[in-house]
Design a protein around this ligand. Structure first.
Ligand code: FES
Length: 67
């Protein structure tokens, strides 16, 4: 499955941010949201782009960090 994600990018609290569209390819319908973000970051890194920072901890739906 291929998706287009709209992600807020901002380099710091005092810097103006913007929404950026990212096309992510080869997403499995069985992936979690965090696994999808890992795929996006792998694709960004492979292109030499800055990966997306996002909060997470347990990756098991327990801690709530990723919500
Ligand atoms: S990282 Fe999502 S619930 Fe813990």
């Amino acid at each position: 499955m291929n998706l287009t994600l709209k992600i807020w990018r901002q380099n710091g609290p005092s810097v103006k941010g913007r929404l950026v569209d990212y096309k992510v390819t080869d997403i499995s319908e069985h992936m979690s949201f965090l696994e999808m973000m890992d795929v996006l970051n792998e694709q960004l890194i492979n292109k030499g782009d800055e990966p997306v920072a996002f909060d997470h901890d347990c990756r098991e739906g327990i801690c709530g960090m990723c919500s």
